[in-house]
Design a protein around this ligand. Structure first.
Ligand code: AMP
Length: 847
């Protein structure tokens, strides 16, 4: 007992569920109400992070399994952005993470590796995943941490920030007042040393997952992946990231043995001459996402092929120019693999010969790293001189590319059946399942059947999980030839016809993709669009759905009904077991929506539909929004309406109407300036609750803000501050926070000015409460800082939104858990604990 006195307190105090002797030896567990327990309560009061709250919740449920903990080792030179990544993960994480940074490990000062190991061990024992924020240059630097993870039975992951060393040196030498004193030439020296002696982490070394990131969007993506990781979640294991160049020699030798007799008909010289993209003919093997071993030289080059088109690299990462496609006809339809691989390469090379396709990316995806088709296509891609920016070969699940750290692809191809029926196994079943009811209905709206060789693009409604979670904007259904005599319409070994049809299928698929992607790009003024779009600009002429909509895009023509509405109406007639099936499904959909959005009607969540099939462009008549590229006869459903796939319901437009036409809403508006209006929140969640709404058209939410909007943002902040101070002058007990909902329910950028009593009859449920007391509420100052630093605000991943809003009810002052809203309100009315938010507006010094 005496010995226990000298131990550090377990952060979970008396509520710690852990029984393992090692943990009990390492930490003191005072009884409830002791100082340690209080100190945990205190440290967890930060409203910026939900992780501590969730950790407590989970621990109380007693369900942590150490197998789900992760030791994530950052790898990169000074200046690569390791600390920023760690801080972001910690800030918005769902599970608790501890950043172990050697630069500050000794009470804010640099310390030893041993101290890092000790602190990491303690955190893991306490049920906290750890981020090892050191350079971790080579095997010797990483070894002990790997051993620690092994001893604790937790997974070791590596995250390589593969930033060009030159850039790191520049960043590091420019920085001042680095927390660990690593700035100026000091840091530059280490960055250089890193460049010389780095050895990339590998699976052989003991990691179970290695992710390579280079671009900002890739880094943001991985921050999302790790921050979204719940207690029970496991990430897929293997090597991920487009810059991975592993396994090239091994793979090459495997492939040489499997060389097909059919030679592809591409011409390297011509390809080089025509392509605007720089191609490295001796370039690295184009394999990513494979769990194959390192190639022995241990070198992951800092730079792979760069596009020289002047286009932003973000385009690739953002997915707007990438098509993920599976192998067509080689599974159930039993097409010969060698011939199929040749056709893939032949058509890919042909595709990239066209200068207009420079910058478009094809991503060949197969589920298993050991897939025969993957190997064949890899070898041929290298041989053809296609760079990984032109044709990436990727092992992974095509339906979860985004959330598993894979390449971002807004377009995915589905190797389907002639009636486009969901199910049947393979990729068709997986894509229809992932696309949900919405994909099924949207497909039906476009086309009933397809012929072998056809491809049909179906824009995904915003509510489709594939779009919401993975950012997929279009599924392109494609039908290949059938060589399987057990299936209908078999070509019975006629490979002449079979190859023609398969060639046509790939060509059509790629053409469909390019026709939409290029139109999209043209329509977009900005080269970067967030992957998971919450909205597009209604009436702004922009669209994330392209292809034939130019007539209606941005047009003022009256809109009657959209495809989704039509489908819903049709489906309503279909009664299943006495219940209207469509209504049941609709109920399911709307149950997912926030109650602030429960008025959403399908007609407002519009759907633009077009079909592209075969190889001939056909514009349908006036009033139709349907474009078809038709290679065979089939009926297209006429769709009355084609608008962008905006998701704001009419209900969600109120603030926008006020901001754009404040004169028409004069009784509601408290103040009008050139850039913003101030109104009282109609459903105030506090004694004093105002909204400061931006007036600029096109600023729907914080994720639309660019650096050019910083003056507006600053102005909104100042306005909010002024009003808060006025209220405080009248009632000095009031305390205010200014901030934004990360994923707002109402359209038009609006900042909440909200007093912290949170005392209002309109505050009725957990979502209301959590939207103002968790990391879902983004302080205005934070948003300003993020835009200044990063140029924009990272979108809120839907899973993060869901987790924040469903967190256990806790007092925003003392963080005590409360069973329900009435009890919470009763408690809050008397709780005197200080608020621990970084940006409060008060009558006196910060509370
Ligand atoms: P959010 O979009 O999640 O940031 O929240 C939207 C806010 O707008 C909520 O606090 C609503 O109470 C408020 N609100 C909704 N409709 C109106 C309206 N017509 N006038 C003023 N405030 C509104």
């Amino acid at each position: 007992m005496d010995r226990e006195k000298h131990l550090p307190d377990c952060k979970w105090g008396a509520s710690c569920y852990r029984k393992n002797p090692e943990h009990l030896r390492e930490f003191r567990h005072p009884t409830s109400g002791t100082q340690a327990n209080q100190s945990y309560e205190k440290t967890s009061t930060s409203q910026q992070s939900a992780s501590a709250a969730l950790a407590t919740l989970t621990l109380q449920e007693g369900s942590i399994d150490t197998k789900n903990l992760v030791l994530l080792m950052l790898v990169g030179p000074p200046g690569a952005g390791k600390s920023t990544v760690c801080q972001k993960i910690v800030q918005i994480a769902v599970r608790p993470w501890k950043r172990i940074c050697q630069d500050v490990i000794s009470n804010g000062k640099p310390g030893s590796k041993q101290k890092c190991l000790k602190d990491a061990a303690a955190a893991l024992s306490a049920g906290t995943s750890v981020l090892i924020d050191r350079c971790n240059i080579d095997v010797s630097q990483r070894k002990e941490f790997l051993q620690l993870a092994k001893d604790k039975g937790v997974e070791s992951h590596a995250l390589v920030l593969n930033i060009p060393v030159k850039e790191c040196i520049k960043r590091a030498s420019e920085r001042v007042a680095h927390e660990g004193g690593l700035d100026g030439s000091n840091a530059a020296g280490i960055a250089l040393r890193f460049a010389r002696s780095r050895v990339p982490p590998s699976l052989e070394e003991g990691f179970v997952r290695v992710t390579y990131c280079r671009t900002d969007p890739e880094i943001e993506n991985i921050v999302c992946v790790y921050s979204q990781l719940g207690f029970w979640d496991h990430l897929p294991l293997g090597v991920f990231g487009a810059s991975v160049q592993e396994g090239k020699e091994k793979l090459k030798s495997v492939l040489q043995n499997k060389e097909s007799s059919l030679k592809p008909t591409y011409d390297k010289q011509e390809l080089r001459a025509n392509s605007l993209t720089q191609i490295s003919l001796q370039g690295p093997m184009n394999v990513a996402g494979s769990s194959r071993s390192n190639d022995g030289d241990g070198e992951t080059k800092a730079s792979v092929e760069e596009p020289t088109t002047g286009k932003s690299k973000d385009w690739y990462a953002a997915g707007a120019r990438s098509l993920a496609f599976p192998s067509i006809s080689t599974a159930d339809f039993q097409f010969d693999h060698g011939k199929a691989a040749d056709i893939i390469l032949e058509t890919a090379v042909e595709f990239h010969r066209k200068p207009k396709h420079a910058g478009l990316r094809l991503v060949f995806v197969d589920l298993s790293p050991s897939s025969d088709m993957l190997s064949r296509v890899s070898a041929k891609a290298a041989e053809a001189g296609l760079s990984s920016l032109q044709l990436l070969i990727y092992a992974g699940d095509i339906t979860t590319l985004h959330t598993t750290g894979g390449p971002r692809c807004n377009f995915i191809a589905n190797a389907t059946n002639w009636r486009l029926k969901p199910g049947g196994g393979g990729v068709n079943a997986a894509i229809f399942k992932a696309g949900g009811y919405e994909l099924e209905m949207a497909t039906k709206a476009v086309v009933q059947t397809v012929e072998p060789g056809d491809a049909v693009a179906v824009p995904l409604p915003a509510t489709s999980p594939l779009r919401r979670l993975q950012g997929v904007s279009h599924v392109i259904h494609v039908l290949g030839p059938n060589m399987n005599s057990q299936r209908p319409n078999s070509l019975a070994g006629d490979y002449k016809q079979g190859c023609d049809i398969l060639r046509k299928a790939y060509r059509t698929l790629f053409e469909v993709f390019s026709s939409i992607a290029l139109k999209d790009e043209k329509a977009s003024s900005s080269p970067y669009k967030p992957l998971v779009e919450r909205s597009t600009k209604q009436g702004s002429g922009q669209s994330s759905v392209a292809g034939g909509q130019s007539k209606t895009n941005g047009s003022s023509k009256a809109v009657t009904k959209n495809a989704f509405t039509l489908l819903m109406e049709n489906a309503k007639r279909k009664v299943v077991g006495g219940v209207v099936e469509s209504e049941r499904k609709r109920e399911r959909l709307s149950a997912l929506e926030d109650d602030n959005r429960n008025d959403v009607d399908a007609s407002a969540g519009s759907l633009k539909t077009h079909a592209v099939v075969g190889n001939r462009v056909e514009h349908s008549g006036e009033g139709s929004n349907t474009l078809s590229l038709m290679g065979s006869e089939f009926k297209l459903k006429k769709i009355d309406e084609a608008r962008t796939s905006q998701q704001w319901s009419s209900w969600a437009q109120s603030l926008r109407n006020i901001a754009l036409h404040p004169d028409k809403h004069s009784p509601t508006v408290l103040k009008i300036s050139k850039d913003a209006v101030v109104i009282s929140d109609k459903f105030a969640k506090s004694k004093k609750h105002l909204l400061v709404i931006a007036r600029k058209d096109g600023l729907d939410s914080i994720t639309d803000i660019g650096t050019q909007d910083l003056p507006i943002l600053q102005h909104m902040h100042t306005l909010g501050e002024t009003w808060a101070k006025q209220y405080i002058d009248e009632d000095p007990s009031l305390i205010f926070r200014l901030g934004y909902h990360w994923a707002p329910s109402m359209r038009q950028l609006h900042m909440h000015v909200i007093s912290q009593d949170l005392d209002s009859p309109c505050l009725k449920n957990k979502k209301h409460w959590n939207s103002f007391t968790t990391g879902y509420f983004r302080d205005s100052q934070d948003v300003l800082a993020e835009v200044k630093e990063k140029g924009r605000v990272m979108p809120c991943p839907p899973e993060v939104e869901a987790r924040f809003l469903s967190l256990e009810l806790r007092c925003h002052r003392c963080r005590s858990a409360q069973p329900n809203i009435p009890r919470l309100k009763k408690h809050v009315a008397t709780c005197k604990a200080p608020l621990e938010c970084p940006f409060l507006i008060t009558s006196g010094p910060a509370q």
